[in-house]
Design a protein around this ligand. Structure first.
Ligand code: TYD
Length: 214
């Protein structure tokens, strides 16, 4: 049986990760793997309800962080852990790095508290005590917030985060950069300020280079 593979996809709103996640799912399927395509916040009926609240209702940063981690806990236990135990490939549109970037960086919330919640939520039965479930690889679509703002302007009705000012996204971007520095081996930085085909080429090369795809 194949080993389970857990990949997450991150970046500020407008960085353009979504189409590439679908394409990567096709590439894994073509290689004979079973793929679970999922997202955070969300991925289970309960977590999707929490997503609707977190993305639309005003609330303080701690409440927001708790909702993100509550959704994550349900998603991990109901979807991610079972899929990994079956040896499947989990492609997750955002995971905990987004909480450090948006709630920690964007909203300025205490990252020590986030790290505590991360330890509680990502301790799972399949791992030895003290180990945390983390993605094996995180594709980080890195884009200048000014370019992202241009891309988002005029696109669909923005949610609570998408309607934030550019300064918010500068802090989110800094939050991602800090997470990437702290765990460099896990991060695959993709320059998202390129034509779509070039971004796809870099993503595929990175995922192959780390040995996740033949
Ligand atoms: P996004 O992933 O961009 O989905 P869509 O393409 O449907 O808009 O939207 C999720 C939003 O939630 C995004 O603005 C980032 C935010 N978010 C957080 O603030 N914290 C988190 O922990 C996660 C997972 C997402």
């Amino acid at each position: 049986m194949s080993h389970g593979v857990f990949l997450s996809f991150e970046g500020i709103d407008g960085a353009g990760k979504s189409t590439h996640i679908e394409a990567l799912a096709s590439a894994f399927r073509a290689a004979g793997r079973t793929v679970v395509l999922t997202r955070e916040p969300g991925g289970t009926p309960l977590a999707e309800k929490l997503r609707a609240l977190a993305l639309n209702d005003p609330m303080d940063a701690l409440t927001e962080a708790l909702l993100m981690f509550a959704a994550r806990r349900d998603h991990l236990l109901q979807v991610i852990e079972p899929a990994l135990a079956r040896g499947e490939v989990v492609l997750c549109d955002r995971f905990t790095d987004a909480t450090f970037a948006y709630q920690g960086g964007g909203r300025g919330f205490d990252t020590q508290v986030l790290a505590t919640l991360e330890r509680w939520v990502q301790s799972v039965d399949a791992l030895p005590a003290g180990a945390l479930r983390q993605p094996h690889l995180t594709a980080w679509f890195d884009l200048d917030p000014a370019v992202a703002a241009q891309r988002l302007a005029g696109a669909r009705v923005p949610d609570k985060f998408e309607s934030q000012p550019q300064a918010f996204f500068a802090r989110v971007a800094a939050g991602y950069a800090a997470r990437a520095r702290a765990d460099a081996g896990r991060f695959l930085r993709i320059d998202a300020d390129q034509p779509r085909e070039a971004v796809w080429r870099d993503l595929l090369a990175g995922v192959r280079g780390r040995g996740f795809l033949p």
